[in-house]
Design a protein around this ligand. Structure first.
Ligand SMILES: *[C@@H]1O[C@H](CO)[C@@H](O)[C@H](O)[C@H]1NC(C)=O
Ligand SMILES: *[C@@H]1O[C@H](CO)[C@@H](O)[C@H](O)[C@H]1NC(C)=O
Length: 400
């Protein structure tokens, strides 16, 4: 009897022990998930409050969003929400990498804006999906058309629902392309207050980056796609090998990859490269890279080209991909375009092509800001970007 009781007691202890380890593991998992988030690693460390949010797109991608609802003073935001959308091969950390008095997200929060930071599907903190994992090739079966159709509308609607207010938008690079495409199709308009678009990209026909040009002319992304490499991971073996090949071409100087791709950035603090490389670059879909390569070869802004009449017919009901028509952007939407003379990706001549399409835009609703010495990365990482770009953006927001 005594022996049995002892056994039961022992079993109970074991069960409780097992339960508690499972429980503890769950708690640890929750803690580490939070610890792993952008709020914990990049925002709270600077003394700012931060909220992690999740939004699921209509095609099942689960995206993380960070909200900085107050400035460093702790005073609640009095200005409208601002959504920050990063560019290609980057994530939301783009807006948080510099010291707080140089990074747009913190500057906006300190100026009373309710700041929301988007993270595109496939980046480190937006790898969830309702039925797929990043190991499934189907997970990477998208290009920026899907960001226009799914990521951007879901993110806008989420922030709009949470705040009950229309949004200001700030996009960089690919974050401008998807906004141009969306508003040219009259999406988002009922939720959008104004858009500030830095290193604007609608046309890529004049791109100066020797590396990007060489990659697109040699159909590098297409090769990867047909090899079955659907995730374009800039740190992965396949992409690194290709880069090495491109860099052996005597016309390409790869001694400074960032500048070879983005242009001679005047004002990025090179002693912060290590911090940058800790967080970036991020993966994207190879199909997305193919779509961008198509743009540089054709000089058009249109949907993904499946490469033959039959496939295009299947997707679009016409033999050629439909164009995004920039002149369909409503003339009274407040737009701020910041572009730089040294930008290898958002080339001045391509920006001129875009401005030509916007020639009927209400002149009171179109602010152009040109900076001769700025290249692509200066707009987000420039040590002087606050004076040159962010203060003018906040002045523009005040008017709209
Ligand atoms: C490559 O660029 C670096 C600086 O960015 C320069 O010092 C070097 O001389 C260049 N090499 C060639 C072969 O042009
Ligand atoms: C560049 O970054 C380093 C290290 O973070 C810092 O000590 C230095 O003051 C920065 N320089 C400028 C001009 O911001």
């Amino acid at each position: 009897m005594n022996f049995m009781r002892k056994q039961i007691a022992t079993s109970l202890v074991i069960v409780i022990f097992l339960l508690s380890t499972v429980f503890a593991r769950n708690i640890l998992q929750i803690l580490s998930e939070n610890e792993d988030g952008i709020c914990t690693s990049m925002v709270e460390t600077q003394g700012y409050g931060c909220e992690e949010h999740k939004v699921t797109t209509d095609d099942g991608y689960i995206l993380s969003l960070q909200r900085i609802p107050k400035g460093i003073s702790g005073k609640a935001a009095t200005n409208p929400p601002v959504l920050l959308q990063h560019g290609l091969l980057m994530d939301g950390i783009t807006w948080l990498l510099n010291p707080t008095d140089e990074s747009l997200a913190f500057i906006l929060a300190d100026n009373g804006y309710d700041v929301w930071i988007a993270n595109t599907r496939g980046t480190k903190y937006s790898q969830g999906h309702s039925s797929l994992t990043p190991q499934d090739p189907a997970y990477w079966e998208w290009s920026w058309d899907e960001l226009v159709n799914f990521d951007l509308p879901a993110t806008f609607k989420y922030v709009h629902d949470q705040t009950g207010q229309k949004l200001h938008y700030v996009g960089h690079s690919l974050g401008t392309l998807i906004a141009f495409a969306a508003i040219s199709e009259h999406k988002l308009l009922d939720m959008l207050r104004s858009a500030a678009l830095l290193s604007p990209i609608a046309y890529l026909g004049q791109i100066k980056s020797p590396l990007a040009k060489s990659a697109s002319q040699n159909f590098i992304a297409e090769d990867l796609y047909w090899l079955g490499i659907h995730e374009f991971d800039p740190r992965g073996e396949a992409v690194v090998k290709l880069l090495e090949k491109i860099c052996q071409d005597p016309g390409n100087n790869c001694s400074d990859l960032m500048n070879s791709f983005t242009g001679p950035n005047c004002c990025v603090n090179s002693s912060r490269t290590d911090i940058f490389l800790e967080h970036e670059p991020q993966a994207t879909a190879t199909k997305n890279m193919v779509h961008i390569a198509q743009m540089t070869r054709k000089g058009t802004i249109e949907k993904f080209d499946y490469g033959n009449d039959e496939e295009n017919n299947k997707h679009y009901g016409q033999p050629n991909p439909p164009q995004y028509i920039m002149s369909n952007i409503p003339n009274n939407i407040p737009l701020f375009l910041g572009y730089g003379g040294a930008d290898y990706l958002s080339d001045v001549n391509d920006v001129k092509t875009l401005l030509d399409k916007l020639q009927n835009h209400n002149p009171d609703k179109l602010v152009l800001q040109y900076r001769e010495d700025y290249a692509h990365a200066d707009f987000v990482f420039g040590t002087n970007a606050k004076e040159i770009v962010y203060n003018p953006i906040m002045a523009f927001f005040k008017l709209n």
